[in-house]
Write a protein that binds this ligand. Structure first.
Ligand code: SF4
Length: 375
């Protein structure tokens, strides 16, 4: 079993907070599509076993259907799609129309991940998003009218621009839509070298307050719980039976193949590859018939720490036996720290698993870093 991720490295505008790899120069999208299909051709992909396909970015929805079709065909040449369970396309509201929805459906897309981020025009503008709140609402109603897709919505909270009341209204609106089954809600993080980080440094934007982040996270948990949705990962929430399969596979270490600039691949054990996060370099290496990637051998400590981090973020927590595959003394070495977190009500031990409590989720980064194995 394996998944495939395809990174489309183009966006219409640069959102101020974003540190993903993308370019706003849309002139060479055709070259890029040819190169990504070339990378697929060069890769030794298993002929059977693909379960999920995910188009992320960047903004895959800005591609013409003919471009997406080239990528589907390149993949289908290499691997049998008959066991496929989920095909996701990340899309932005400005790209949604009945025509685009139909073209994606015809290609076999089953799930849309819609990057709304906010329903507030002032906030959208402050973040330099390419769409308005009106386009967000229109896109949601078109998707509902068209029907037939699993739908996930992305929202951001804890920003300098969103009040608690506005956040509550956004949540209520989205969670009450019958055709939305999944929510990815991200706490705004200020990444270095982003425009937002420069704005905050220059004092033109005030950083969001921690209290606001905490209040909005708690509001989110309350709204999710009240509706009987499942909080299955710190940033991911869904109606029962609607977890994102592709992303869940990342957290359970299922192998995946990544194509396109900056995409990562993982063999399910200790081998990872990452492609150059540079469009020109990626194109030139593919043109020279070389795989544009760097190989990385994960140490036992890398594997343990990744399992700890991803496991603790999920509803099931992390099984200690999984960590002991890489370091048999991990629990003994961390016993005092684990007991301390349990006494503070931040961690639970359920069977062999450690799980974060609601208050533990608020400081998950600190807990995870305190429990990491440093060789
Ligand atoms: S659309 Fe998405 S990938 Fe593109 S700049 Fe904005 S947040 Fe980043």
């Amino acid at each position: 079993m394996f998944g495939v991720y395809i990174h489309i490295p183009f966006c219409r505008k640069a959102c101020t907070y974003c540190n993903f790899h993308f370019s706003t120069n849309l002139r060479n999208t055709d070259d890029m599509i040819r190169a990504i299909s070339g990378e697929i051709e060069l890769t030794a992909l298993p002929t059977q076993g693909i379960k999920t396909l995910y188009f992320g970015g960047g903004t895959p929805s800005l591609l013409a259907p003919s471009a997406l079709k080239i990528l589907f065909e390149a993949l289908k040449e290499k691997t049998d799609f008959s066991g496929m369970t989920e095909i996701t396309l990340e899309c932005n509201p400005e790209d949604i129309s009945i025509k685009s929805l139909k073209s994606w459906k015809d290609l076999g897309v089953s799930r849309l991940s819609l990057g709304l981020q906010s329903l507030n025009n002032a906030e959208l503008q402050a973040m330099n998003r390419a769409h308005t709140a009106e386009q967000s609402l229109k896109s949601l109603s078109l998707i509902g009218e068209f029907g037939g897709f699993e739908v996930s919505v992305d929202l951001i909270y804890g920003t300098p621009w969103k009040t608690d009341q506005e956040w509550q209204q956004e949540l209520e609106f989205i969670l009450n839509l019958d055709h939305v089954q999944h929510l990815s809600a991200y706490a705004l993080s200020i990444e270095s070298k982003t425009q937002l980080a420069f704005q905050i440094k220059a004092g033109t934007v005030l950083a969001g307050k921690d209290e606001r982040m905490i209040a909005q996270f708690e509001l989110l948990q309350h709204e999710i719980q009240e509706r009987g949705w499942e909080a299955y990962e710190i940033s991911n929430y869904c109606r029962k039976q609607h977890r994102a399969i592709h992303n869940s596979h990342y957290w359970t270490f299922v192998p995946y193949y990544g194509f396109g600039p900056s995409a990562h691949s993982f063999d399910g054990h200790q081998q990872r590859y990452h492609n150059h996060a540079n469009n020109a370099r990626y194109l030139s290496e593919i043109n020279a018939a070389q795989l544009p990637r760097i190989e990385e051998r994960l140490s036992d400590a890398d594997c343990l720490n990744e399992r700890l981090m991803t496991g603790l973020r999920t509803i099931d927590g992390v099984e200690i036996a999984q960590l002991h595959r890489f370091h048999g003394d991990w629990e003994r070495e961390n016993r005092q720290q684990i007991l301390h977190f349990i006494e503070q009500g931040l961690l639970y031990k359920v069977g062999d698993a450690l799980q974060l409590s609601a208050s533990g989720k608020l400081i998950s980064d600190r807990i995870i870093s305190d429990l990491m194995w440093v060789e």
